[in-house]
Design a protein around this ligand. Structure first.
Ligand code: FDA
Length: 397
């Protein structure tokens, strides 16, 4: 391993999605860039993302797909480096990809294609990337800039970019380092919680749902005035699937979520029609045809009494329909950072310039990517924020 240089124009701490994009952008401008990461290899989250196929952006990405204490903050960066810019780079490198659903773009082959592309670009930009690098201290210099001390030596720089990500999946090298640096420089933080994370349920629900574990249902879910229409998956610990991961970012402990099990149908009208056409058919059979037999069995065993339709009054049918269109359930908790895809909250965006990501209180210090209080929906939005914020800082550092 060669000695670290004594000086670099820019030091980027964190060689993930945001850090690598920042290195590429700054390097293209002729800046001498040093990227330091404590992990044994770079871009681990890129590699594990999208089930190994990296959902690298979303064709419909726009500011409305992001959560932040200041929802306007992300607009500037997202508009200056868009999904089309990233798709352009992917196409230029001949990386094969496809749209899976809802504008989500995935690699045809492996996430490694995206990491290889970024590393080729870093190479062209002559960015110097070091792994196994533990950061010991950051100090400001009297004549401006910073010195960064690490287990591999001390380096001075003019601009320092913090791109160390959030707290999710600690086994992948996630740390609270970026938040510590923000605190060191007097920047405020927004509370951090796991986002895009499965819910756990209490034992009584787990027992009832046990026969459904592993099965999925297309639902609409709502919480705190936000709703998503995607799949729900029953798990051993509770509920997951894209609809649940999405809504988890809007959920606070103790909140109830509302599930519409049949978002495609006016169930009351349908049941009335079935009552006329098939009066002796059991409600359970009809629900089993609409969803699955198992689902109908579980729901009719525990929550809804099944009778032949001609034994259910109009009022009773209406009640059943209302219940299934607005099923209330209160999750016990989330699975936490162990399985969360992202960290909500982070460095308060009011402390940063939305154009450059520079800290207002400390010239030359930048925060990009997930460490910032900007969190995207599931579907490629978080990488798009990493690319866009990395680019915004890379243009000025
Ligand atoms: P990122 O976490 O990528 O990088 C941070 C880097 O900093 C790491 O290399 C880490 O080792 C380093 N670091 C941390 N602490 C350090 C320290 N103290 N010193 C030195 N280095 C340090 N998003 C999406 O849009 N599409 C998708 O398909 C997926 N899929 C997905 C799957 C899974 C399982 C997870 C956990 C997450 C996703 N995401 C996603 C989210 C996405 O991975 C995430 O938002 C970005 O990787 C954030 O990029 P950053 O560069 O900010 O952090």
């Amino acid at each position: 391993m060669s000695q670290l240089p004594t000086h670099s124009d820019v030091i980027i701490i964190g060689a993930g999605a945001a850090g690598l994009m920042c290195a590429i952008t700054a390097g293209r401008r002729g800046r001498k860039v040093l990227v330091l990461d404590h992990a044994n290899k770079v871009g681990k989250k890129i590699l594990m993302s999208g089930g190994g196929r990296c959902n690298f952006t979303n064709m419909y990405a726009e500011p409305g797909n992001y959560l932040s204490a200041n929802p306007h903050f992300c607009k500037s960066a997202l508009s200056r480096y868009t999904q089309w810019d990233f798709i352009g780079m992917v196409a230029e490198h001949g990386v094969p990809y496809h749209e899976k659903t809802l504008g989500q773009l995935f690699c045809d082959n492996k996430s490694q294609d995206i990491l290889d592309m970024l590393l080729r670009e870093c190479d062209k930009s002559e960015a110097d990337i070091r792994t196994h690098c533990e950061i010991l201290a950051i100090k400001t210099k009297e004549d401006g800039g910073f010195t960064v001390s690490s287990n591999q030596g001390e380096v001075a720089c003019n601009s320092l970019v913090i791109a160390t990500g959030g707290l999710s999946i600690p086994t992948m090298g996630a740390t609270g380092f970026g938040y510590q640096v923000a605190t060191q420089f007097g920047l405020s933080l927004k509370p951090r919680t796991p986002g895009l994370v499965p819910f756990t349920l209490g034992q009584s629900h787990l027992d009832k749902f046990a026969p459904l574990v592993g099965s999925a249902v297309d639902i609409n879910v709502e919480c705190n005035n936000q709703s998503f229409r995607e799949a729900l998956l029953f798990t051993h610990r509770g509920i997951s699937g894209p609809a649940i991961l999405q809504i988890s970012s809007y959920w606070q402990p103790g909140d109830t979520i509302t599930i519409n099990w049949l978002p495609n149908l006016q169930l009351n009208d349908f049941l009335e029609q079935m009552k006329r056409e098939r009066p002796k058919t059991e409600l359970r059979t009809i629900l089993g045809e609409l969803l699955t037999k198992k689902w109908a069995q579980v729901f009719c065993e525990h929550w809804i009494e099944s009778k032949p339709l001609n034994q259910l009054s109009g009022q009773e049918l209406q009640k059943i329909a209302d219940r299934l269109h607005a099923w209330q359930i209160t999750p016990a908790a989330t699975e936490g950072y162990r399985t969360a895809e992202v960290t909500l909250g982070g460095v308060d965006v009011n402390e940063l310039s939305s154009k450059t990501m520079e800290a207002k209180k400390q010239m030359g210090l930048y925060f990009i990517g997930e460490v910032v209080d900007v969190t995207g929906w599931l579907g490629g939005f978080n990488f798009q924020w990493a690319w866009a914020s990395g680019y915004a800082a890379g243009e000025v550092v």
